[in-house]
Write a protein that binds this ligand. Structure first.
Ligand code: FES
Ligand code: FE2
Length: 353
């Protein structure tokens, strides 16, 4: 690899500029696959859940024909959200004026429509968007022309399986929400390096070997992988021994994080969602293997929480400096921060498109 003395970050004002966020919504979040929820939420015919992709409301529905579909969750009448939360329905009825859609999105009935000579129901179904599943994980993509999920995931499912994880055997444990006073990119970039681990995650670093020689950082076209082996002489409250030998931390462009802690089968997955220029919401769906010991699980979740709490402080503190206007850009370490360089490359590519 050619040596690069200094790699510039993207401009710091991209972390605080509403115009950049608007472009990111249009050119990134409206064109990419994003984690939406779980297949078990839409297992039965008629079950649905509402979600979002890049600020666009979407509803995922299991049809009576068992087909998984997704639609813009925006009423064709005057734009109300049609569904909220999750549940099971015979039809999707908008609460505003009771326009009623079939589970396949077509408009079944609109009150008083029979009194309007020119009213054409057939034109007014919910707008379809793409939906697909990788095992228990449901993804949506607002762009009907986007490449299929499986092609975009590439080798990622194989990598996760190679860690000793049988996705079909995992059971859902809980969904955990968190918010950050920071731009969404700060959250993603913090996830994409472990250069800060030794400094800022002392507990994690006693268990996982975060040294430059042991910790693997591997960018691919649409995802990045980090592999953290367990230290030979690990210490702490969390016992990382078990069939999953290494921690795995994957990032699927533009905003899904996938975490596997070493030890017994476990995985968490969820999106990093911009809720404003300088506010971000995340959720993680936690899954565990079928026979994982409850005490071990509790230790692992406490270990994971500790890392998450440390990251909130780092992320919010970075935002304060980034937004200040004091500096125009920063500098990346080409090796230790190669996944951030990859992320910023994808970002620039998407925004230039
Ligand atoms: S906005 Fe949905 S029925 Fe009027
Ligand atoms: Fe961290």
């Amino acid at each position: 690899m050619a040596t690069v003395a200094n790699v510039r970050t993207i401009p710091f004002d991209w972390y605080a500029d509403p115009a950049v966020l608007r472009q990111e919504r249009d050119r990134i979040f409206r064109r990419t696959w994003q984690y939406a929820g779980r297949a078990d939420q839409v297992a039965a015919p008629g079950s649905f859940f509402a979600c979002e992709a890049g600020g666009i409301p979407i509803v995922v529905v299991r049809g009576r024909d068992e087909e998984l579909r997704a639609f813009l969750n925006v009423c064709r009448h005057r734009g109300s959200l049609v569904c909220e939360g999750e549940g099971r329905r015979e039809t999707l009825q908008c609460p505003y004026h009771a326009w009623t859609y079939e589970l396949d999105g077509s408009l079944r009935a609109a009150p008083r429509a029979d009194r309007e000579a020119a009213f054409d129901r057939s034109e007014l179904g919910l707008r379809p968007v793409q939906v697909d599943a990788w095992g228990p994980f449901v993804f949506v993509n607002p762009d009907p022309a986007a490449a299929p999920l499986a092609a975009t995931l590439g080798e990622l499912p194989r990598l996760v399986a190679a860690a000793g994880l049988d996705l079909g055997a995992l059971r859902f444990l809980k969904r955990v929400h968190s918010t950050y006073e920071a731009n969404w990119k700060v959250c993603c970039e913090n996830f994409l390096e472990c250069y800060h681990c030794q400094v800022a995650h002392p507990g994690f670093s006693k268990v996982v070997d975060v040294s430059a020689d042991a910790y693997v950082l591997e960018p691919s076209r649409w995802f990045s992988t980090q592999l953290g082996p367990v230290r030979e002489r690990w210490s702490g409250d969390f016992d990382p021994r078990g069939p999953v030998a290494r921690g795995q931390f994957h990032f699927f462009w533009p905003n899904a994080t996938i975490n596997v802690m070493p030890g017994h089968p476990n995985l968490s997955i969820g999106p990093v969602v911009p809720t404003g220029v300088e506010t971000t919401a995340r959720f993680l769906d936690y899954y565990v293997g079928p026979d994982v010991d409850a005490a071990w699980l509790e230790e692992m979740l406490a270990f994971d929480d500790q890392v998450g709490a440390e990251d909130v402080v780092l992320i919010e503190r970075a935002q304060k400096g980034l937004r200040s206007g004091g500096l125009e850009h920063g500098h990346l370490l080409p090796e230790s921060e190669r996944l951030i360089a990859h992320f910023q490359g994808l970002l620039v590519e998407a925004l230039a498109d």
